[in-house]
Unconditional design. Structure first.
Lengths: 494, 489
């Protein structure tokens, strides 16, 4: 291996840093006493900062697309954006979950290690240019997440959730793999860019390409499992509710970005010529998710479960952008549509982090904030955090001037541009139904009297991070242009 | 610059009030709130004095790129139709701040903060010339109003707040789809003025018309989507009812004038029969419903629906009398309904009941109050020399030009309006002193006196000399009528 080889592979340096960092922290943590565990967390933050810095460095050196490791690995603008948001999400997760885990005796070294390895899996997924690397990243991420869900091994609920997550996750991986093997059979290659060439030729040829579409169906089903849309959503409510809230926060944030990246790589980079086929499937998935997610969320009394159904609904909404890219073979709408979905994803991750972060903030030793009643009268006890939660809820409901509104606006605009007006109307009516349960939280916080006046105590770092998280939604709501432009550029370079 | 000030001065002073913290600082928060509201009102005065009567287009225009990705602009401007509402809103905000001075003891900062932020947002709705900017302000007002009703409202406030929110959100989300459709058809522009020139086939116009209609009809509110209003008005605190009736209801009618009529002229003409029919139902049927109300706030709320029916009727008979009459009626209703809600508030603060049956003979203990309320009751029933008369008279004249029977049904409001208002007035104010509580009532204090006197002056000025109000609109109304008369396909 020459120096030239090393330099050529520099775009994968962030992955290297996370890998080395995770291993080093694992060893380092063995030497650390339980009361000094904060050092491990700081170490993880340093790893994340370094990874972010190198990602920015790679971005700065050259914005072009690099294919390295024999075309297994692609480094492009969309990958950079998604990775940077993932670092931020993981970093926030570390800050938010520290106290919660500490109070429950769950703050062990393996939490940090598993988290960093799952981040590595996500990064590989985000940058994967071949079915092999996609699957490798996916499994690395998922296995770490299964273990994290079972972190509290004495809790029957957590163990059950982890079991369900594992079984259904394995099933979906199987579906995905089966679909990939079909596509491999039809095209004779595992590289998504080569698949795109062959699939384009097959799709245009008069010959039968049922085989390819057959594989596509399985791939879409597998993706739907990972993104969590109806009818492949069954694991979400149980996992969200059963996992310790700190882990729910992790499961509900960065992995969504990785799943989005995987969808973009497989469907857009690889199978764009079959867009007519998969767009119809996504339309059905989107409609069902928005309907089931929003309607079922109303009936929930458990906040985590409610947010789980809200995730399902949001993922359905996000799909509206993905299915609006190609109109009757015309790809003019592509950049606008996919960048709106990317924007939606990033905003959603911000909101999800904030909402679960708030639950962690309000939980304390011996008390889990997880039922609707637990936020009653929050305005009396913590006016400022009630306001942050208000911003989060209105953003989730898509009310201006919060960022959630622009996410919905962008996606709906893409759908209308693609002529999917009735789908847009349906989405709008279903999100009205959704507004009801977000509004109920605001109602509980502001209109009801608190059950008890115990004040939550969070470290100052936690409180600042949470406030910044909530206010970011307001700031992005007033000035959404920069992030929208970044998303647009990222998709343009795809 | 002026319009930006009109929007941001109240919002920033609202944020400042909120930042001052909890109820320990309540006196300071009140004063900051008052200064903010007054400053907000003062910056709107040059909008009127500097208004060019000869120019029917938009004035004080500001335009900056906001979201380039969707070519959305921070685009503000007022014409003869909207400038008066900016003034009305800023004026009413000052009164609301004074009216809540001692009444609100609980979470004072949040109360004043919510009102000031809302005042700025409402100015934004009237000044926005970009559809997304309009939508952001239009929807943004929901959040403070939701909290105002839900936190400081009456016993059934939660139900009312949620109903208010979901009703209005439903309407506006459909409007959002309509806006996106227009954006797509106009080749990527959210500028309302571009849409005025956009050719559209009749079928699309009709669908868009309904898209807008849901949003605006809920806000107006038109029969049959009016049912949120009596609940919201009744349960809201006095200040909330005042802003709801005086300003928030105007958003719907304003939206019809700004979007539906000029952008969809053919659909408007095609569906005028429907709008007129709904308006007449509101005028006549809701007028009858108003008669039987036993709760004073509910009575005024229903009378608001009936009066707003007049406004929509005026818009859809497509002549200058009708449209100007509708606009004048909107302003007048802003003064009168605000005044009546404040009067009920004055009584409620003393007696803690809104039921007509609990009162009687109030004139014996509160003569000054009785005199003011007399004036506002007269204005509500449209007596000449009060502001209520001008609008109703113009609309009836306009209706007469269109059809005699239309005018005839519309004119029933004069009878019904007088009946329900004066009958309520008689039962509450006159007669023997009903009970010991009434016997112990104290007359208006100086703070209440100032608020009611300011509104009384406005009502009388507008009734006796309406020219300052109407001359501003002439140019823009004629421009609007020209748009309606031109077919777009």
């Amino acid at each position: 291996m020459t120096w030239v080889d090393v330099i050529n592979h520099l775009p994968a340096l962030p992955e290297g840093i996370v890998l080395v960092g995770a291993c080093a922290l694992m060893i380092f943590d063995l030497q650390v006493k339980a009361e000094n565990r904060a050092a491990t967390l700081w170490g993880a933050q340093i790893v994340l900062t370094l990874a972010a810095a190198t990602t920015l460095f790679v971005l700065w050196v050259g914005g072009a697309r690099y294919l390295i490791f024999n075309g297994l690995f692609v480094v492009d603008a969309m990958g950079h954006v998604l990775k940077l948001v993932s670092y931020a999400a993981v970093s926030a997760a570390l800050i938010y979950s520290r106290q919660y885990l500490l109070e429950r005796g769950l703050l062990r070294g393996e939490f940090v290690t598993l988290l960093l390895f799952s981040l590595l899996g996500m990064m590989v997924m985000i940058s994967a240019a071949s079915f092999l690397t996609i699957f490798l990243g996916l499994e690395l991420m998922s296995l770490c997440l299964y273990a994290l869900v079972a972190l509290n091994r004495d809790s029957a609920l957590s163990t059950e959730a982890a079991m369900k997550y594992f079984v259904l996750g394995a099933l979906s991986s199987g579906l995905l793999l089966y679909g990939m093997s079909m596509i491999y059979g039809a095209t004779g290659t595992l590289n998504v860019y080569e698949v795109a060439q062959h699939a384009g030729r097959l799709a245009r040829a008069p010959a039968d390409h049922t085989f390819l579409v057959f594989g596509l169906v399985f791939v879409v089903a597998g993706l739907a499992f990972k993104v969590g849309v109806v009818p492949f959503h069954m694991w979400i409510p149980d996992v969200y509710q059963g996992a310790p809230t700190a882990v729910t926060l992790i499961v509900g944030s960065a992995p969504k970005l990785a799943a989005f990246a995987m969808t973009m790589r497989l469907l857009v980079n690889g199978l764009i010529d079959l867009a007519q086929d998969w767009q119809q499937m996504l339309a059905l998935l989107a409609l069902l998710s928005m309907a089931l997610g929003n309607i079922t969320a109303i009936a929930q009394s458990n906040l985590k479960r409610m947010l789980a159904y809200s995730t399902i609904a949001h993922m359905g909404f996000m799909l509206l952008g993905l299915l609006s890219g190609v109109v009757a073979g015309n790809r003019l709408n592509m950049e606008g549509a996919y960048s709106s979905s990317l924007f939606y994803m990033i905003i959603y991750v911000l909101m999800s982090l904030g909402a679960f972060g708030m639950l962690l903030f309000l939980s304390r030793a011996g008390f889990e904030c997880e039922n609707l009643d637990d936020v009653k009268g929050l305005n009396r006890v913590h006016p400022w955090y009630a306001f942050i939660m208000l911003l989060l809820m209105f953003s989730l409901a898509g009310i201006p001037p919060t960022a959630g509104f622009y996410a919905k606006l962008a996606v709906l605009s893409a759908a209308v541009d693609a002529g999917q007006i009735w789908l847009a109307v349906a989405a709008v009516i279903l999100s009205l139904i959704g507004a009801f349960y977000y509004l109920r939280i605001v109602k509980l916080m502001y209109f009801d009297e608190p059950k008890d006046m115990t004040r939550a105590v969070g470290s100052s770092g936690f409180r600042y991070a949470l406030s910044a998280n909530g206010l970011a939604l307001l700031v992005l709501g007033i000035l959404p242009q920069p992030l929208m432009a970044i998303c647009f550029l990222a998709i343009q370079a795809l | 610059m002026l319009l930006s000030l009109a929007i941001w001065v109240p919002i920033l002073s609202g944020v400042l009030v909120l930042a001052l913290g909890g109820d320990r600082r309540a006196p300071l928060q009140r004063w900051v709130g008052l200064v903010g509201a007054l400053a907000g009102f003062l910056v709107t005065i040059p909008l009127y004095t500097g208004f060019d009567l000869q120019d029917p287009g938009f004035q004080f225009v500001e335009q900056k790129a906001w979201i380039e990705r969707f070519s959305i602009y921070y685009h503000l401007g007022v014409d003869g139709i909207s400038v008066l509402f900016v003034l009305l809103n800023s004026f009413i905000t000052v009164l609301v701040v004074i009216a809540g001075w001692t009444v609100i003891e609980n979470r004072v900062g949040q109360y004043y903060g919510a009102f000031l932020v809302m005042s700025g947002l409402l100015n934004g709705v009237f000044a926005a010339l970009d559809a997304v900017l309009f939508y952001v302000f239009f929807e943004g007002t929901l959040i403070p109003m939701f909290l105002i009703i839900g936190v400081w409202g009456g016993p059934n406030r939660v139900y009312a707040a949620v109903k208010f929110f979901l009703y209005t959100l439903f309407g506006s989300l459909l409007m959002l789809v309509a806006l996106l459709y227009l954006y797509n058809k106009s080749g990527g522009s959210f500028a309302i003025t571009d849409w005025h020139r956009l050719p559209l086939p009749l079928s699309a116009q009709i669908l868009l018309f309904f898209g807008f209609l849901f949003a605006f009809a809920v806000k107006v509110p038109m029969w049959p989507v009016h049912t949120w209003l009596p609940d919201a008005h009744t349960e809201a605190p006095t200040g909330g009812s005042v802003v709801l009736a005086a300003i928030l209801l105007k958003l719907g009618a304003y939206g019809l004038v700004r979007f539906s009529l000029p952008i969809l002229p053919d659909a408007s003409r095609e569906l005028a029969w429907l709008m007129i029919a709904l308006s007449l139902v509101a005028v006549a049927y809701i007028g009858l419903v108003t008669l039987v109300q036993t709760d004073m706030k509910r009575l005024i709320a229903y009378s608001s629906i009936s009066h707003m029916g007049f406004v929509t009727l005026g818009f859809f008979i497509f002549n200058a009398y009708g449209v100007e009459g509708g606009l004048v009626q909107m302003i007048s209703h802003g003064f009168v309904s605000a005044a009546l809600f404040l009067c009920v508030g004055v009584l409620y603060d003393r007696m803690h009941t809104r039921m007509i049956g609990d009162y009687g003979g109030v004139v014996n203990t509160m003569p000054k109050f009785a005199a003011f309320m007399m004036l506002f009751a007269m204005a509500n029933s449209g007596l000449p020399a009060t502001s209520g008369f001008v609008g109703e008279f113009l609309v009836i004249m306009g209706a007469m030009k269109a059809s005699f029977w239309l005018a005839f049904i519309a004119a029933t409001t004069l009878v019904l309006g007088a009946a329900y208002t004066l009958w309520m007035y008689k039962r509450v104010i006159f007669g023997a002193v009903a009970n010991t509580h009434v016997a112990q009532l104290k007359d208006l204090n100086p703070r209440e006196f100032i608020v009611l006197a300011a509104l009384a002056a406005a009502v009388l000025l507008m009734g006796v000399y309406p020219l300052p109000f109407t001359e501003v609109m002439h140019g823009s109304v004629n421009e609007l009528l020209r748009h309606i008369a031109t077919s777009k396909y």
